[in-house]
Design a protein around this ligand. Structure first.
Ligand SMILES: [Zn+2]
Length: 279
């Protein structure tokens, strides 16, 4: 159910303000009530389990979110997230639910958060942070802050800086020299760096990717790799935002899949190298 790691929890934990979380099922304020998620507790200076609650109408004079609008999936609600470890530290999230004509028909987005998400305490999801160095993490945060304010060029500039190492680490992990598939993948990637032939890379690399990355992995790597050479001056603000959102979601997708692969494998780390599952 609502355990940390479910997608609604991820929405609270890591979606930037105004970023839409869409579904084809209506999401109501009640679906967020009692939601478990992980967040940085400023009091304990650590990531802790939190639980979300809808403040009652007799609490601070705030009305239950569901009453603010006529239909259940169109709501604006002020939710309180309470740290389950100390029971004292609280965050406030303002969530707006709406529906559109186009699929996904229903979406929610955060339209406010206190403390503000740009606080340096904002934590990147673990699986993402693992693939970034300190600079990378800082840049990734700054990219997300710029994205909140729709600063296209700034967002893209920070994402480019953030993922330089990230992509190297992803490639390194997939090029595991202890497995035959890993070496073949490394070969395919090196040829691509020389000849720049995308289709050939996708064909050559795909058979040597772990099972869960076979479908999209190679293409995503190309998009991420090529993002590093994007020329921001030649793009409009809107194009920068679009590219930035692609980078963000593709980088998250890749790092999640890889971490899941590593967790699935029964083998442990050897000499600091990860093993991935290959069929
Ligand atoms: Zn706490």
């Amino acid at each position: 159910m609502n355990t940390p790691g479910s997608s609604l929890s991820q929405f609270i934990e890591e979606y930037p303000l105004y970023s839409r979380f869409g579904t084809d099922q209506p999401i109501e304020a009640a679906d967020l009530d009692n939601l478990a998620f992980n967040f940085f507790c400023q009091r304990e200076k650590e990531v802790q389990p939190f639980r979300l609650t809808i403040p009652s109408s007799n609490g601070n004079g705030i009305h239950p979110p569901a009453q603010l609008h006529h239909s259940a999936e169109e709501f604006t609600g002020i939710f309180t997230g309470v740290c389950q470890s100390c029971g004292e530290y609280k965050i406030t999230v303002v969530v707006n639910g709406a529906s559109t004509e186009d699929p996904p028909r229903y979406f929610i987005r955060k339209i406010g958060q206190d403390p503000a998400p740009e606080s340096p305490a904002v934590k990147l999801p673990d699986d993402l942070a693992i693939f970034l160095d300190d600079d990378g993490r800082e840049c990734y945060r700054k990219a997300l802050i710029n994205l909140e304010f729709n600063y296209g060029a700034g967002t893209l500039a920070y994402f480019k800086k953030a993922i330089v190492n990230g992509i190297e680490r992803i490639i390194e992990t997939l090029s595991n020299p202890y497995s035959e598939a890993g070496s073949k993948f490394a070969e395919a990637f090196n040829s691509y760096k020389q000849d720049g032939q995308r289709t050939k890379f996708i064909e050559d690399a795909t058979p040597y990717l772990p099972e869960t990355l076979k479908e999209h992995g190679a293409a995503i790597l190309l998009v991420l790799h090529d993002a590093l050479s994007l020329s921001i001056q030649e793009l409009t603000e809107k194009e920068c935002i679009k590219k930035s959102k692609d980078i963000d979601s593709l980088f998250r997708y890749m790092t999640r899949k890889i971490i899941a692969e590593i967790q699935e494998t029964s083998q442990k780390k050897v000499n600091g190298k990860y093993f991935l599952r290959y069929s």
